[in-house]
Write a protein that binds this ligand. Structure first.
Ligand SMILES: C[S@@+](CC[C@H](N)C(=O)[O-])C[C@H]1O[C@@H](n2cnc3c(N)ncnc32)[C@H](O)[C@@H]1O
Length: 802
């Protein structure tokens, strides 16, 4: 039997009383709500009476005269109410400290407000944008937003005129990540009290560094007061820290900030739950990062992070509803980007004119990453920002503003492909000396200005030579990812390899469909019955894709004939082009009018034996799987090509050198990335996996490429040479028989002497401005240089025209 009205009312009173709300208040609001909902209890009871609690708060706010609000806020503070309004008043701070001695008494929970906003309406837009009755809850008869969380999101102007951007939520529960009000549930109130009692000890934990003007208690609820900066040499680790539950675990905080000068040790766990800061750190390189962390420990084991899409969708929906945004192009990603832009706008001016115009450049891309490469994205694609989901129940939204937005002369700036002199210049330490001036090994200034509140603006970076140098180990760029060490050198002491994440195997970025499953590998695609070394016996099934003969000799080199055929394909592209009917590259541009396919090379594949085969790891038909074996070195190429790769030993013809490794993207993703990069003056290092696109209508998620700008291996340093390069690329199929995903392996096309630079022909048509590889002024030095011919052509046509 359904409970009676009376029973339902009693249950509501019980739920509210555990929040310290007395029955008479509950009843009066309940009455109004029932009227509004036409006696329908369901929306009122949903989410543990969230609507009811919201209504009570709203009612309270309406009733409290403005003049009394401040006092009320202080009182709330004194009772350790976690939702007490904030104040930056010194007296209140003292009262707060005294209040720590009091015994906790339950108080009606109040919503979070930000300092200086005590007199402001709770809804950030309430004053300026009157909400329609159907959207905003009013007790005068309008319907509440059914249980929707309200978030206090404010862009305020501090007394100094600095903006403050803060997004705060209250401790989430039961998987609800971001609620602006305390969920009206008994569980919550326990949690609320627990947090409050954790705070019973001094408001200001002695081991926390607090921004100069931060009233002590605010830190718990408004902003994390301690921020963990990554150590210069452990920028990658910093993002992993993000993946750990935050010290302010129950909270979700998004805050653009920068944390240099506040150390790891400044954060002390408050309980034995796994803790870490609520990460708002930037890297020592000066990136601005928004970071959102959520404690798994506090959510409970059944807490699951929403997917990126779910979260974005929910956020957009919420913004549209709550803030009456009517712009159909509104997007949360854009909002994040704007936040970054605002942060950068407030960067202090410098005398360097060259920085003008670049200060506000920032980029936000939101990407989902596997834990495996949940590391800070830096390097060529520094604007590729990362939205991380980690398995331990944390979300990190990192928006790294372009490094060279902040310091165009940073050695970590990326070369603009269109300007090779820049490419050379970027890694010159003398360009950073302005930043370095007498700062060697000195701690950075406290970036937190007295008026900055929780928005901390990145000051001029002051990197030390050691900071820059230590990003990549000079003895081993690969950080142990490869079987061999790969050193890097430059002829001067002023060149430093730009930062990027070294990976030795391709990793899917997000949408790319790479289907590796044993069940897809049929009998024709592997050799179950083989044993030992296939190359030494009768060709098995794996040789069928190379005409019944293995591509490799018993010495592990490419067979002469096979190599020549591959080289001929690359060197005579016109004769080996195929044209797709519906080209994924053209499709990715999203133009209303598709251009015809410009052609792709029909390449010869190698098929290597793999784990489903019966042979062993040392089988001669498993070459690229064994990784790099030759001695390589990254060096600063003197001809204006930036960094390059060379061999330190003689290499025979047909030897495997390395694979081109990077993030696996769909062509659409590459296009989007290129758009962002173009806006920010950055570039991608893409390689198309297009050798099989003639096989039919390639689906968007199957049209793949690799981008090695931010995550890549040593091949990202190999420069281009037109036509007579000493390396040739060959598609190698290992785990996926589908030919959409394959490995892009580089073999020597001739004997190469020790110390020679390794080059391959990128296959760029220097006349094709639409090509995903951004065009550059080729300095390959080959007598067959296509770019040179083009320049000559344009000079000739210019003189004819003139
Ligand atoms: C894959 S990266 C090669 C490594 C790069 N040199 C570096 O310093 O990181 C490709 C970029 O190197 C430069 N590059 C490669 N080959 C070049 C060439 N032949 N002439 C001029 N620049 C070249 C261009 O800036 C190009 O966009």
């Amino acid at each position: 039997m359904a409970p009676s009205q009376k029973e339902r009312a009693l249950a509501a009173c019980r739920a509210m009383s555990s929040l310290g709300i007395d029955d008479s208040k509950v009843k009066s609001v309940l009455k109004k709500l029932l009227k509004v909902y036409d006696k329908n209890w369901e929306p009122i009871e949903a989410e543990n009476y969230r609507v009811l609690a919201d209504a009570i708060f709203e009612d309270d706010d309406n009733m409290v005269p403005e003049s009394k609000k401040k006092t009320q806020a202080v009182n709330a503070h004194n009772t350790h109410n976690p939702l007490a309004s904030f104040s930056n008043n010194q007296e209140e701070e003292t009262e707060c400290e005294e209040a720590q001695m009091h015994i906790e008494t339950p108080q009606p929970l109040k919503r979070l407000r930000l300092r200086g906003q005590e007199s402001q309406p709770l809804h950030p837009l309430a004053d300026s944008v009157p909400s329609p009755p159907s959207k905003r809850f009013k007790l005068d008869g309008a319907l509440p937003q059914g249980g929707s969380a309200k978030k206090s999101q404010n862009k305020t102007v501090s007394s100094s005129g600095n903006p403050r951007i803060e997004v705060h939520s209250l401790p989430p529960q039961d998987g609800i990540v971001d609620k602006g009000k305390q969920p009206a549930s008994p569980q919550f109130s326990h949690r609320g009290r627990r947090i409050a009692s954790e705070r019973l000890s001094p408001c200001k934990p002695s081991n926390l560094i607090i921004p100069k003007d931060e009233p002590i208690d605010e830190s718990d609820y408004e902003m994390p007061i301690a921020m963990i900066p990554p150590e210069p040499s452990s920028i990658r680790d910093s993002s992993m820290k993000n993946g750990v539950a935050g010290k302010h675990g129950g909270y979700v905080t998004v805050s653009p900030s920068q944390s240099r000068g506040v150390r790891d040790k400044d954060v002390t766990p408050t309980s034995n739950e796994e803790t870490c800061n609520v990460e708002i750190a930037s890297s020592t390189l000066g990136e601005i990062k928004l970071s959102m962390s959520c404690s798994s420990a506090r959510q409970g084991s059944n807490f699951h992070m929403p997917s990126r899409d779910q979260l974005l969708e929910m956020m957009e929906d919420k913004c549209l509803r709550s803030y009456k945004i009517t712009d159909p192009n509104f997007s949360v990603v854009k909002l994040l980007r704007d936040i970054c832009d605002c942060v950068l706008e407030f960067r202090p001016n410098t005398n360097d004119d060259s920085q003008e115009g670049s200060m506000t450049r920032s980029g936000v891309d939101v990407s989902k990453e596997s834990q495996a490469h949940s590391t800070l994205s830096v390097g060529g694609n520094k604007d590729l920002d990362v939205f991380k989901e980690s398995s331990n129940g944390s979300i990190n939204v990192n928006t790294s503003a372009a490094l060279d937005s902040l310091s165009p002369r940073s050695p970590f700036s990326h070369p603009h492909l269109s300007d090779l002199d820049d490419a050379v210049m970027i890694s010159k330490i003398d360009r950073t000396n302005e930043c370095l001036q007498s700062n060697d090994r000195k701690e950075l200034e406290d970036p937190i200005s007295p008026n900055s509140h929780s928005l901390v603006v990145v000051p001029q970076h002051k990197l030390t030579v050691d900071d820059i140098r230590s990003f990549h180990d000079v003895n081993d760029l690969t950080k142990g990812e490869e079987n061999v060490q790969i050193s890097w050198v430059s002829e001067t002491t002023n060149d430093f390899v730009p930062p990027f994440n070294y990976i030795s195997q391709n990793l899917v970025f997000q949408d790319a469909y790479v289907n590796i499953s044993l069940s897809r590998i049929g009998g024709e695609d592997c050799c179950f019955t083989c044993m030992g070394n296939c190359v030494l016996s009768t060709p098995c099934a794996c040789a069928s894709k190379t005409g019944g003969q293995f591509a490799y000799s018993s010495e592990g080199l490419l067979k002469e004939e096979f190599l020549e055929e591959c080289m001929s394909v690359c060197r005579n592209p016109q004769q080996n082009f195929f044209y797709c009917k519906n080209c994924p590259l053209e499709r990715s541009k999203n133009d209303s009018c598709l251009e015809p396919c410009k052609g792709h090379l029909k390449r010869k594949f190698i098929k290597e034996c793999w784990s489903k085969c019966g042979c062993g790891k040392q089988c001669g038909n498993r070459v690229i799987q064994r990784g790099i074996t030759c001695k390589l070195q990254v060096f600063f190429a003197s001809e204006g090509k930036g960094w390059g790769l060379r061999t330190l030993e003689d290499l025979p013809k047909g030897a495997f050198v390395c694979e081109f490794v990077g993030e696996i993207l769909s062509i659409k993703e590459l296009h989007e990335r290129n758009m962002i990069c173009t806006r920010n003056g950055k570039c991608t290092y893409p390689v198309l996996l297009d050798a099989n696109w003639d096989s039919g209508n390639v689906k968007d998620e199957e049209a793949l490429c690799l981008d090695a700008a931010s995550f890549g291996n040593v091949a990202r340093f190999i420069n281009h040479r037109c036509f007579d390069s000493n390396l040739v690329e060959i598609p190698v199929e290992v785990e996926d028989p589908g030919h959409y995903y394959y490995h892009f392996a580089l073999f020597t096309s001739r004997k190469i002497a020790a110390q020679e630079e390794l080059t391959w022909d990128y296959g760029i048509d220097f006349d094709d401005n639409d090509h995903p590889v951004k065009l550059f002024q080729c300095r390959c030095g080959s007598k067959f240089c296509r770019n040179m011919k083009r320049s000559n052509r344009s000079i000739r046509s210019a003189s004819i025209a003139g």
